[in-house]
Design a binder for this molecule. Structure first.
Ligand SMILES: [Fe+2]
Length: 356
């Protein structure tokens, strides 16, 4: 384990600000500490997609307003009545546990993460999610190319999946969640006063990073944990869909008071948050949101693993990220998605990750 990575427990995000491709004024420690304050009052807004799906143009307007306000304020929302069958979440949760608990380290090695386009895809061993903090999580990122969709000829699941039988299980979930990409983007664009369909082409069959996270039981780790389960960070994407995890830990930074909000969303809901792409194209109006995964508070939870499976929505690497029309003088020039994405995530993977 590199000392540099272990030292990350004491670092702040601003120690790495040279990687940011959008303006981030908040300062926070990468790891949780005993010095921090919590915000137990602020409630993350619930946005009801029944309005969007069932109540015509007026319903879409109502949903757009509610979602846009949540995104502009805290940057997180809880989606309900989104149409994704909760059974898919239960199946995925069981599959993530099975995936990490039955596939041995040797079988994982051929799949160590590598950059394809913008995205670092494949397996991340424990404490290796980033080079700047020892995250207590085993992760695996699957992008669009890892799924047998779009009628591709010669799809070879074994290239991406050590056990190909897992692919159809997760494929069903990502296809159900994919159906939400345009409704969410159209609603955000409507809120910002742009044409709703502006991103329809870019986001039809777009790329994504579907990440399996397995946080081992903390009482089974080789050494006592020094920091949190996952470092404080902002997602690089447009937005992220996170089916509500069943074990606590997700915390959201409230930039108004710089306190952390513990976010425990109801089972079956989807947590939505904005990322760096969105902050860039919205000219800072919708900020990229800071969040992390902490250790559990209850002693009995130390003996339980935690899983999550967020889906990060990207544009393809050859697209350009440009400030949307009508949002005032652009604070940022147009930038290629691959340059933006890799220059940002070089913070986690090293300078050589960046594609100029
Ligand atoms: Fe995240």
């Amino acid at each position: 384990m590199s000392d540099e990575r272990e030292a990350g427990v004491k670092r702040t995000n601003q120690d790495f600000s040279r990687f940011d491709q959008v303006n981030k004024v908040q300062t926070y420690r990468l790891s949780e500490s005993s010095l921090e304050e919590f915000d137990d009052e602020t409630v993350i807004r619930t946005c009801d997609m029944a309005d969007y799906f069932q109540n015509g143009a007026e319903g879409q307007r109502l949903f757009s307003q509610a979602l846009g306000e949540a995104m502009e304020d805290i940057g997180f929302a809880v989606l309900i009545n989104h149409g994704v069958d909760a059974k898919l979440f239960d199946r995925a949760e069981a599959a993530v546990l099975s995936f990490f608990e039955t596939i041995g380290e040797k079988e994982r090695q051929p799949y160590l993460a590598q950059r394809h386009g913008s995205v670092n895809q494949g397996y991340f061993p424990i404490k290796n999610t980033t080079i700047i903090h020892p995250d207590l999580v085993e992760g695996w990122v699957f992008c669009r190319r890892a799924f047998d969709i779009d009628g591709r000829d010669g799809f070879d699941a074994q290239r991406f999946w050590p056990r190909p039988e897992f692919e159809p299980v997760f494929r069903e979930l990502i296809q159900a969640e994919e159906a939400l990409i345009l409704p969410i983007m159209q609603s955000i664009l409507q809120y910002l006063g742009c044409a709703r369909s502006l991103y329809d082409d870019k986001l039809t069959r777009t790329n994504f990073g579907f990440r399996l996270n397995y946080y081992p039981a903390l009482d089974k780790l080789a050494e006592a944990p020094a920091g949190g389960r996952m470092l404080g960070h902002e997602d690089v994407d447009l937005f992220t869909f996170l089916p509500a995890p069943s074990v606590e830990g997700l915390q959201v930074l409230n930039r108004r008071n710089m306190k952390w909000i513990r976010l425990n969303a109801p089972p079956g809901s989807i947590i939505l948050n904005t990322g760096d792409y969105m902050q860039r194209i919205s000219n800072d109006r919708l900020p990229s949101t800071t969040h992390r995964v902490s250790q559990p508070r209850q002693p009995e939870a130390m003996g339980r693993p935690r899983v999550s499976f967020p889906m990060a929505i990207y544009v393809w690497e050859d697209e350009v990220l440009e400030v949307l029309p009508g949002l005032g003088e652009a604070k940022y020039p147009p930038v290629s998605a691959i340059s933006f994405h890799t220059s940002t995530t070089a913070k986690y993977y090293g300078d050589s990750y960046a594609v100029p």
